[in-house]
Design a protein around this ligand. Structure first.
Ligand code: CA
Length: 226
């Protein structure tokens, strides 16, 4: 599994350290904070996370439940999966946690293997389609190339590139599996659509056009003869 950036929001130091240690052992980058305010200020600074583990009962202005609700209403953060970790075990609590927008709910005391498995489930569900270095919000980033599949935008070195829909489909197909060699037939079957008819020769033309538009990013698209 790839390494992901995970934010742990937990006010009890022992539990915070334990969760962080376990997730780091799995190879993830972990940031741990003890209040919702700190978590929000990290997000506002532009820090990106693939997943957040959120304790419900927190000191300070916002509880974990309120934090989760706020995240879900926020344009930039609403897609980040949240696992709520809490000592509140009543069915009503679980329902409230999930209704606030948590993707999963783990009650304390929890088993670390179960916690890790639940984390894997969320990461798999949210990010496996992205073969390239994946960042939250449907972004595929590869060196200077950046593709936002939610907005269908492609940029190279921060400069937006205008692509045709066929060129866009080609670059997304390739970028989702970096290093993978697609045959012409495979690429054509990926990009063939209702209004798109592609043959081997037109595919070459589309790829040439794509390379040209990507300029310095064009070298990321490699042709293997035969
Ligand atoms: Ca707590």
């Amino acid at each position: 599994m790839d390494n992901y950036r995970i934010l742990v929001l937990e006010d009890e130091q022992d539990i915070r350290d334990l969760i962080s240690f376990q997730l780091k052992a799995e190879g993830h980058h972990v940031t741990a904070v003890d209040s919702a305010d700190k978590a929000i200020s990290l997000l506002e600074k532009g820090e990106k996370y693939h997943l957040m583990l959120v304790d419900w009962m927190l000191p300070g202005t916002l509880s974990g439940l309120e934090f989760t609700r706020k995240i879900r209403q926020h344009r930039d953060y609403k897609e980040i999966p949240v696992i709520m970790v809490t000592a509140l075990t009543q069915p009503d609590d679980v329902v409230a946690g999930l209704d606030a927008g948590a993707d999963d709910y783990i009650t304390k005391p929890f088993d670390l293997d179960v916690l890790q498995a639940r984390v894997r489930v969320q990461l798999r569900a949210n990010y496996t389609q992205l073969g390239a270095q994946s960042t939250p919000g449907n972004l595929i980033v590869k060196d200077i190339l950046r593709i936002d599949t939610a907005k269908c935008r492609v940029s190279v070195s921060e400069q937006e590139v205008q692509l045709t829909s066929t060129e866009y489909k080609i670059i997304v197909t390739l970028a989702q599996k970096p290093g993978h060699v697609f045959t012409r037939t495979q690429l054509i079957s990926q990009i063939q659509g209702e209004n798109i008819h592609v043959t081997g020769r037109t595919l070459d033309t589309h790829i040439a056009g794509l390379r040209k538009k990507l300029a310095e990013g064009g070298q990321l698209v490699e042709t293997i003869r035969g």
